[in-house]
Design a protein around this ligand. Structure first.
Ligand SMILES: [Zn+2]
Ligand SMILES: [Zn+2]
Length: 276
């Protein structure tokens, strides 16, 4: 191939890559995929284009994309997390996608959602970088044993894997830690008022027996250089949807306790797939 040929192969390659292998159907709408979206080969272009990414949150505490009265409200339960960021707005399409995955066990969504989480993680890293903030590990909101048996997987854990991978530091991935347990399943929260939801969450989350040991090992591993003597552990907490923040807040309080047991103060950052 001469120089001219090489030139054209270089130009044509990306265009060629955009054309999907014939016959694959879109995960979301089922139609044949004619144009392949880089990194999202499971989706057709219209479905990919319908993803309501949150690129600039309006509320810098809870990451909401629209005006937020909750975070400026005084009183109530103190906030145990620094901030929340979410990948997408929880609209009706995203609600359908999550339902397909979570309740119908449609596994095809697993990687798509994890990649969307990865994107949010990259965005969060960019936001934290100027402040010199580095995360020590990723944790996730646990399911109750009852729900685990029903579903066979924890969607928050799967999403956390996506975040941990994108949150890699020094070549590896951010450690994924399993620190929490859920003693009971909470009732449908959607019909409750904000204060009812907050009360409903009390005592739901607990520390797993080996949580301190797990976290201690990670901290020893990453800070053995002796350069990093900061007495703060920074954890990223992952869940599928942030609604009132009551679940995140309850988990964050328990995580702070675990950090405290190791003699550190805990800073908990939250990342969810969607923000309602
Ligand atoms: Zn589609
Ligand atoms: Zn807010």
């Amino acid at each position: 191939m001469g120089m001219f040929g090489q030139f054209w192969s270089g130009v044509l390659k990306p265009i060629h890559q955009l054309l999907a292998k014939g016959g694959s159907n879109c995960l979301a709408c089922g139609k044949t995929i004619s144009i392949c979206v880089p990194g999202y080969s499971e989706l057709c272009l219209p479905c990919y284009s319908s993803i309501p990414w949150i690129t600039e949150p309006r509320c810098h505490i809870c990451g909401r994309h629209v005006g937020c009265p909750d975070c400026s409200r005084k009183g109530g339960v103190p906030r145990s997390f620094v901030m929340n960021r979410s990948s997408v707005a929880y609209n009706s399409t995203m609600r359908q996608w999550l339902a397909q995955y979570k309740y119908r066990g449609h596994e095809g969504y697993s990687l798509v959602l994890a990649r969307m989480m990865g994107r949010a993680m990259e965005q969060m890293k960019q936001e934290l970088k100027p402040q010199g903030i580095k995360l020590d590990g990723v944790v996730f909101v646990p399911l109750s044993e009852e729900r685990w048996r029903e579903r066979g997987f924890n969607q928050a854990e799967e999403l956390a894997k996506g975040a941990a991978l994108a949150g890699r530091r020094a070549g590896g991935r951010l450690p994924l830690l399993n620190l929490l347990m859920r003693s009971r399943h909470t009732d449908k929260q959607s019909f409750k008022s904000r204060s009812e939801r907050l009360i409903n969450m009390q005592g739901v989350f607990q520390t797993l027996p080996d949580a301190t040991e797990q976290l201690g090992r990670v901290i020893l591993g990453t800070r053995r250089t002796g350069l990093d003597h900061e007495a703060v552990i920074r954890l990223l907490l992952v869940d599928d949807v942030y609604t009132t923040g009551s679940t995140i807040n309850a988990c964050a309080a328990v995580l702070q306790n675990i950090c405290g047991q190791l003699g550190f103060s805990g800073e908990i950052y939250s990342l969810t797939w969607a923000r309602s």
